[in-house]
Design a protein around this ligand. Structure first.
Ligand SMILES: Cc1cc2nc3c(=O)[nH]c(=O)nc-3n(C[C@H](O)[C@H](O)[C@H](O)COP(=O)(O)OP(=O)(O)OC[C@H]3O[C@@H](n4cnc5c(N)ncnc54)[C@H](O)[C@@H]3O)c2cc1C
Length: 408
């Protein structure tokens, strides 16, 4: 029986230190520039590729850490550096996980290397699920994939939105409806290979935060992909669809909204990103409060400031513990019987939003300017309560799981 410990092992400590060094020396100094430019920070991604942080090997190593803490520790450090740049670095990993989770060995071996490229020619990948009318309500997805048996090709038509790296990606992992009668059970994921005709970028969004990360619409017009681009393969899909149709016919199992069910295991990773941003803002605020003097003494000498910092740090540590618990549960195969994945994302994302706002307040006028990083951190933190399921959806998942009631 393993001993209970919350201490990182030596390997994890080393990775954490290495990533912290990269975040402090490479990411943080570049943060303000790429936020202003609102462009993908290709040179920083390339730098990350050179040292081995932007690679499948690195991501897989953290993903398969048997304690579950590999990904949360990595996310916290990179996002401590800067959220927009870090998302540009890990965005491909989120698409790669879609392939790792659902693809065959051959698909993993073929497509994931093309998602990353190499240090001399880095590439990125996108995961395209959300649509203009299917955000939280994933079951309303309209993008259709129709099988052309004669050619053994799938034909994709529809519009995706909010895709991180959408349109600039080498490989787009795209979710589409293959059977509209069974809700989200009738969805399947496809690889759209590089330079496939019919895929184009729609509008690129000008955002409030994480502005170094590219977010855009992806338009699919008669996009034809070979049969082998269906993740998991046709046989597995046919079996899965047959089971789902059977259950739908029997009226037994309610066809779940995929937004409620999927991503539960990946949500702690978003929680860890939020912890990184919150910790970064807290550290700036603590340092400022110790050095800024008013009324003849450092502002931290006032309980009004010191107590805020105490609360900020307490919430950050509590958020990290929830994230670690959920990551450990997901990796060790413990079911989320109380929606622990959603709890971690909900608490960490709202902590980041609140702590970054408090940091602005503690810095006073300086906090409100772009001379200091906390206003950027606050703008960045707003994303965590929105993507991978909004706070409202997390509360819905938690409340439904705890009560067993179909709360709406
Ligand atoms: C910067 C950014 C990057 C993103 N990256 C990706 C990506 O790479 N790939 C991808 O597929 N998607 C991505 N998304 C999409 C993201 O996951 C969605 O924006 C999110 O799921 C919310 O969907 P929506 O924007 O359509 O909001 P809506 O679903 O329209 O929600 C609007 C509001 O209504 C609330 N609401 C909705 N339903 C309920 C309910 N039942 N009960 C209570 N409140 C409810 C929501 O909580 C929210 O407050 C990204 C989004 C952003 C902003």
């Amino acid at each position: 029986m393993a001993e209970f410990t919350l201490e990182l092992n030596d390997d994890q400590k080393q990775v954490k230190e290495w990533l912290h060094g990269f975040a402090a020396d490479v990411i943080r100094p570049a943060a303000a520039e790429w936020d202003e430019r609102e462009e993908t920070p290709w040179p920083v991604i390339q730098e990350a590729a050179k040292v081995g942080i932007y690679s499948l090997d690195f991501y897989a190593q953290q993903f398969f850490d048997p304690t579950g803490l590999g990904i949360p520790v990595a996310m916290e450090e990179l996002f401590w550096g800067d959220a927009g740049i870090a998302l540009s670095i890990v965005g491909t990993g989120l698409a790669a996980v879609g392939v790792l989770a659902n693809g065959t060995e051959e698909q993993i071996g073929t497509w994931i290397p093309q998602m990353y490229g190499d240090a001399d020619d880095v590439k990125v990948a996108a995961f395209c699920s959300s649509e203009p009318d299917a955000g939280s309500d994933v079951a309303s997805m309209r993008t259709r994939a129709v099988y052309d048996e004669a050619k053994d090709e799938w034909v994709l038509n529809g519009t995706k939105t909010w895709a991180t790296n959408g349109g600039i990606a080498n490989v787009h992992v795209t979710v589409a409806v293959v059977d509209p009668d069974i809700g989200s059970k009738g969805h399947a994921s496809f690889i759209v290979p590089p330079d496939t005709p019919g895929l184009s970028q729609g509008q690129k969004f000008k955002k409030h935060g994480i502005r170094a990360s590219h977010t855009a619409e992806v338009v699919l017009e008669n996009v034809r992909v070979p049969g082998h681009c269906l993740l998991g393969g046709k046989e597995k899909l046919d079996e899965r669809l047959a089971r789902a149709r059977e259950r739908a016919k029997a009226g037994g199992e309610r066809v779940k909204n995929a937004a409620m069910a999927t991503f539960e295991a990946s949500r702690p990773a978003v929680g860890a990103m939020a912890v990184g941003t919150a910790r970064a803002a807290y550290e700036v605020a603590l340092d400022y409060a110790k050095t800024r003097s008013q009324f003849g003494r450092p502002i931290i000498d006032n309980q009004g400031i010191a107590f805020q910092l105490a609360d900020m740090r307490t919430r950050i540590d509590a958020a990290r513990l929830l994230v670690w618990r959920a990551s450990w549960m997901a990796t060790t195969g413990k079911p989320f019987t109380s929606a622990e994945g959603s709890m971690s994302k909900l608490y960490a994302s709202e902590t980041a939003r609140d702590v970054t706002a408090q940091a602005i307040q503690i810095l006073g006028g300086n906090g409100f300017t772009r001379e200091y990083p906390v206003e950027r951190m606050h703008r960045d933190a707003a994303i965590y309560t929105i993507f991978e399921g909004t706070s409202e959806i997390q509360r819905l998942v938690i409340a439904r799981t705890l009560s067993g009631m179909p709360i709406r």
